[in-house]
Design a protein around this ligand. Sequence first.
Ligand SMILES: N[C@@H](CCC(=O)N[C@@H](CS)C(=O)NCC(=O)O)C(=O)O
Length: 217
Amino acid sequence: MIKLYGVPLSPFVRKAMLALEYKNLAYENEPTFPGDASPAFRAISPLGKIPVLERNGFTTPDSSIICRYLDRIEPSPPLYPTDAQAEARAAWLEEYADTVLVGSCAGIFQERLLKPKFLNEATDEARLATILEEEMPDRCAYLEGLTPETGYLVGDALSIADISVLTCFVQAAYGGYEVDDARYPKLRAWIDRLSASALVRARMASERASMPPGLAD
Ligand SMILES: N[C@@H](CCC(=O)N[C@@H](CS)C(=O)NCC(=O)O)C(=O)O
């Protein structure tokens, strides 16, 4: 049995869950908050980060390592394309999503939802303005330039690129952010397409069911 440590609301945990579910791999979720300082968790996550995957006594942290591992233990359907150029492209988009895109999208989530509604902290308006006025236009313009009119970000099937980028926009949507379909029509249409898929709809239904009251409203 596979166990995934983390909370479904984390963009990186959501990424790993989507990967597991895309491959139809059964798993159980062990709810674990970011920064969990218990010695047991630190033993499997030296940086204190979620997610961590456990299988047959083996554990590994980091969503990207987890997804690569999943492709080795269950190759079909693949998360990483087999064609060399397509694989490089997908891995780059995963890296882009996991670094700059998630930083901006999680920032919207933190400033608009987490801090004011749940942590009783003031929104950092300057940070939020920088994200909305400078960072997101830059991220969206870049992605618009490589998003196809139909289908997926890389090749002709869903890949780690789609999962990694989408989880970021889901995070931003909790903070009320929507990609402007007039300025970034292909990106917006891709988000809408993927969000309507059975895979993503099922994940979001499960995610909402796991949340504290008020968060998903
Ligand atoms: N590169 C890691 C990043 C994971 C990550 O940053 N997770 C956040 C939650 S969304 C976390 O656990 N933060 C806790 C901390 O940094 O102490 C991955 O892909 O899994």
